[in-house]
Write a protein that binds this ligand. Sequence first.
Ligand code: GDP
Length: 443
Amino acid sequence: AVFSGLAEKLQNTFSKLKGKGKLSEADVKTALREVRLALLEADVNYKVVKEFVAKIQERAVGEEVFHSLTPGQQVIKIVNEELTTLMGGSQTGLNMSSKPPTVMMMVGLQGAGKTTTSGKLANQLRKKGRRPLLAAADVYRPAAIKQLQVLGEQLEIPVYSLGDKNSPVHIAKGAVEHAKIHGNDTVIIDTAGRLHINADLMNELRDIKETVQPHEILLVVDSMTGQDAVNVSKEFNEQLGVTGVVLTKLDGDTRGGAALSVKAVTGCPIKYAGVGEKLDALEPFHPDRMAGRILGMGDMLSLIEKAEETFDQEKAKQLEQKLRQQQFTLEDFLDQLEQMKSMGPLEDIISMLPGMGNVKQLENLQVDEKELVRTEAIIQSMTAEERRKPEIINGSRKKRIAAGSGARVQDVNKLLKQFSQSKKLMQQYAGAGQGKMAKKMAK
Ligand code: GDP
């Protein structure tokens, strides 16, 4: 899961706070020390950590956390907000030209994932109704052109190539001309990387930039390289100007340092995250949702979007509506479980659910296919009324449900508890995103 180490540590710290009715200054201090260590261990830039912790400290005192009825929650809320701000606040979209074609330059070091990301991005834009053209301007890395052509064939997206004997500038220019003639509204130029930043690379990229005047220069960096990714971003931005960063390999064992420092150190927004080798494994980067995942508040909105992509659009919309209107019932829970089975690796999905991002918790819950089947059986043994109003499920009903599903009464209790906790968290989360959602729907 994303940032599992960091997530686990922060969630441990905060679960200690949550349990307390009153917080002393010492409690907050201890918690903040743990936060600081967790961030440093996650390879977050030390200056960024220092400022981050100072800001939380200041707010925690300023906002009278100590007198609040739920001081622990208050601290978590502040941390959530500050994590979101740290990663850029709200999601930053792509600059699209009103006059086609929109030209995007993909830049970065070798192996960062440039070629793969070019393909993924083209794929995603096409799904949105655009007609992208990929341009193979990486004439140095052996087989890069071939790789892009293979991606293009798989995706059925055209690839403009002049082989590796032409200059990248020439190729880039040719691709834009080609797009104009053939009605491609977006050109994605896969430029050459190098093992390290050097003058040759930067000169070449500047030449391409001057020639094609791109609307987007997307820097692709490997999140597994931690602070190196941040330094690379800084260099590229200073020397070339970058309009956005794509963090790749966020599915790997990354500690999170890059995601948490890039924006703060470079000022460039992270626009996308690569989350796998497959061609659909590219997500718009949402700082707020990422913060939610790190703090174990779940990421219902990403889950819903994933659901929309993978299966029943209608159902996903209904689910979202219900979350907004706080009418989420056990029936929906069951529905979701059934659909989840068709959504791919269970772990990925579970980590997006509120309170389940934490690996330890995952182990405790033993969320495996068998558990899913058991949960389904329990819900199926309930009457329609019980599913809608779980609060009516008393002792004798529990016994009946347990007997009907081959489970124990304590399993029924556990499920009901999980459901009510999830529901509470989901509502908090849905409530928090409301303004944005309204905007999205108004579009
Ligand atoms: P380039 O040299 O920058 O063009 O890098 P490539 O596109 O060839 O990618 C290098 C390697 O990283 C390939 O094996 C990709 O499959 C892999 N890769 C790229 N993005 C991701 C990602 O988001 N997750 C994972 N797991 N692998 C990725």
